[in-house]
Design a protein around this ligand. Structure first.
Ligand code: TYD
Length: 138
């Protein structure tokens, strides 16, 4: 794996608190998650033939964790693209700003939880790939 890939794919291991009753993961802003958490959203009931995402963010940082089921995520920093499986409730994927992402191959039970550093702001989205590349080169 190149250094760039290491930068592109940044996993955060969550330590589950487990006992005979089951497991619990607690996520705290500026601790487990490397930013203040301003927004939480989740995707569920996504059809298996559906792809989502297809955007980058100018400033937003996110951590994505599949709390149930699995899905694939493609990450692209403009020079390299790679695909990862999100398939564990104890593994968060840190997605920095200016990373193009696409999600697909959702299992029927997939619940993809996303923690975000900012409130929803459509102006922060880059929804055209050529605009993403253009912004990286300016
Ligand atoms: P969209 O960005 O298309 O989702 P994805 O990139 O995962 O495919 O978002 C779907 C709709 O939900 C779109 O109308 C924007 C809206 N939305 C919010 O209102 N708040 C949010 O926090 C998010 C993530 C989306």
């Amino acid at each position: 794996m190149s250094d760039k890939t290491t930068d592109l794919v940044q996993w955060i291991d969550f330590s589950p608190l487990s006992d005979e009753r089951g497991s619990l993961v607690a996520l705290e802003g500026n601790k487990t998650v490397p930013f203040e958490i301003k927004r939480v959203y989740y995707l569920f009931g996504t059809r298996a033939d559906v792809s989502r995402g297809f955007h980058a963010h100018k400033a937003l940082k996110q951590v994505a964790v599949c709390v149930s089921g699995k899905c694939k995520m493609l990450l692209d920093n403009g020079t390299e693209r790679t695909e990862v499986w999100l398939d564990s409730p104890t593994k968060g994927l840190f997605i920095n700003d200016m990373i193009w992402r696409e999600m697909y191959d959702f299992s029927p039970d997939c619940v993809l939880l996303v923690l975000a550093s900012e409130l929803y702001d459509e102006a922060d989205y880059i929804r055209e790939y050529h605009d993403f590349i253009k912004r990286l080169n300016t």
